[in-house]
Each structure stands twice: as structure tokens, then as C-alpha cells.
Ligand binder design. Structure first.
Ligand code: ADP
Ligand code: MG
Length: 274
């Protein structure tokens, strides 16, 4: 498989959509694994207390393991809470434990509480430009919880780009207005660099007119931001996490894996920081 060029600077992606079940976690772990298979150095930060991304990447996330909670609440260093994914070379993970569920409340009285994650990510010695050398992270992907609370806000402040997964279902666009308003607010006050660079259509069922209609509507709305590759609905994709795997390792030849591979290739070649 042909590798893609590394970006000139670490690209930090926020994977967000306050709707649950649209494919945020699935897309985070599979795009991350695919990018790693394309020769990129990748870090996944699990920012959902459920820890689904940690599970899919085969990373222990019981209470007490070093996690995003330590990063946000205790000011731990990113490097001290990062673990390599045992199954995917080039992929590192910061797991989330259930402790993170309390972070929204624990952070309320903390100064600059919305900038905690940004400080951790941008303070990491392997995040930055080419001067860092081979070990540098090419991509950081942050898997957000299904809400627009303080955790997602931390991600939006930390990121350069957003990847918004949209499920090809009825009501797919519902709630997107609120998400984009939040992004505008973050851009105006906290992170002017944040770009909605990537929309990914997920759980696409080519047999239904509904899915085609939703995809058309999304492309009409967002144009070039929408990846050409849509991720098909596939049982293999949904089975993989129960084996603590991504579909990229669970069934690399399946349509879901091939689509995530193409989506990752598009992201990597589509340009750096639009
Ligand atoms: P989110 O993180 O946005 O809540 P998930 O990634 O957890 O969403 O996906 C929600 C559910 O849909 C999960 O059970 C997941 O396995 C399943 N799923 C995601 N993408 C696909 C797909 N392409 N085909 C089939 N099932 C999928
Ligand atoms: Mg999720």
C-alpha cells in the first residue's frame, strides 16, 4: 500500500457532532489506524468518558490508568498518559476512563478551563513542525463525547481542523446548525484558526434513496468539505470493537476497511490546514 506524504506540521483534528451514534468514535479509530497504515504517526485522544475509542484500540481504560482525566483535571503531561496501540504500529492513544464524566463539573472553578487540552497538546514535544524530526506526530485525532459541553469545548479550542461525521439517515442535518454556531463562537473568542475541513458521510446504505438524498443534501450544503468517500453501513465495522479492534485490523479487505482507508488517503492528500 502506497504511503502518503507527511504534513509539514502536526494536524490536530477534532471529531465532533453532538448527536450520539453518528460514527464519531468509529471514524476516529479507523481513520487513525488507516493513517498509521499509510505511514503516518498518529495520536488518538479519547475525550468521551465511555472510553469507546480506547476499547476499539485495545487500550485498558479501567479507573486509575493514566488518562485524559489526568490531563485535564490534574494538569498531567500528555506524554505521561500516552500508550502505544498494541495492534497498530505508529498509533498512540490517550485512553479515557469513567472519571472523565466528573471532569465537566470539577473544571468549573479552574482558571482557563477551556484551554486545558490545548495547552497539553501544543505543549507536547512531538507536536509541531518538521524541525522536531522523525518522531513527530503527523495527526492528532480527538474523539469527542456526544454533547457540546466543556469537554468538546476543550477539543474545539485545542484543534486546527474539525472532522464532522454525518450519518446518512433522516434528521442527519438536525443539530448541525447548533454545532456550527458553537464553532463560530469558538473561532470568534478562543481559537481563530479552527477550520471545518472535513465532513464524512457514515453508515451509508447505497440501496436506499434516503441515504442518497441525505448525501446529496450534505454535499450541497458543505461542498468541498465533504469527502468523496462515504463509509458504507457494514456489519464488520460494528463487530470490530467487540474484539478490541478497528476494522482496519479485524477485516482489512472488507468494504468498511477499504472505505476508511480511502477516506484517510483523501484527508492526507487533500491539503494541510485549509
Ligand atoms: P458515536 O461515537 O458518534 O456515538 P459510534 O462510532 O459509536 O458513534 O457508532 C454508533 C454505532 O454505530 C456503533 O454501534 C457502531 O459500531 C455502529 N457503526 C458505526 N459506523 C458503522 C458502519 N459504517 N456500519 C455499521 N455500523 C456502524
Ligand atoms: Mg463515541
Amino acid at each position: 500500500r502506497r504511503a502518503v506524504p507527511r504534513p509539514t506540521e502536526t494536524r490536530v483534528f477534532v471529531v465532533a457532532n453532538q448527536k450520539g451514534g453518528v460514527g464519531k468514535t468509529t471514524s476516529t479509530v479507523n481513520v487513525a489506524a488507516a493513517l498509521a497504515q499509510l505511514g503516518q504517526k498518529v495520536l488518538v485522544i479519547d475525550l468521551d468518558p465511555q472510553g469507546n475509542a480506547s476499547t476499539a484500540l485495545n487500550i485498558e481504560h479501567r479507573r486509575g490508568v493514566p488518562s485524559t482525566y489526568d490531563l485535564l483535571v490534574d494538569g498531567a503531561m500528555l506524554a505521561d498518559v500516552t500508550t502505544p496501540c498494541p495492534d497498530v504500529p505508529g498509533l498512540d492513544v490517550v485512553p479515557a476512563t469513567i472519571d472523565l464524566a466528573g471532569a465537566e463539573i470539577e473544571l468549573v472553578s479552574v482558571v482557563a478551563r477551556e484551554g486545558r487540552l490545548r495547552r497539553a497538546v501544543h505543549g507536547h514535544p512531538l507536536v509541531g513542525d518538521e524541525s522536531i524530526g522523525e518522531e513527530r506526530y503527523d495527526y492528532v485525532l480527538i474523539d469527542c463525547p456526544p454533547s457540546l459541553g466543556l469537554l468538546t469545548l476543550n477539543a474545539l479550542v485545542a484543534g486546527d481542523e474539525m472532522m464532522i461525521p454525518i450519518q446518512a439517515e433522516y434528521y442527519a442535518l438536525e443539530g448541525l446548525g447548533q454545532l456550527l454556531e458553537t464553532v463560530d463562537m469558538v473561532r470568534a473568542h478562543l481559537n481563530p484558526e479552527l477550520a471545518v475541513s472535513t465532513i464524512l458521510i457514515t453508515m451509508y446504505d447505497a440501496r436506499t434513496r434516503l441515504a442518497a438524498g441525505v448525501a446529496d443534501e450534505v454535499r450541497e450544503h458543505f461542498g468541498d468539505q465533504v469527502l468523496q468517500t462515504a463509509i458504507p453501513r457494514s456489519v464488520r465495522v460494528s463487530e470490530a470493537p467487540s474484539y478490541a479492534q478497528t476494522v482496519m485490523t479485524y477485516d482489512p479487505g472488507s468494504p468498511g476497511a477499504l472505505s476508511y482507508f480511502e477516506a484517510a488517503r483523501e484527508i492526507a492528500t487533500k491539503g494541510v490546514r485549509p
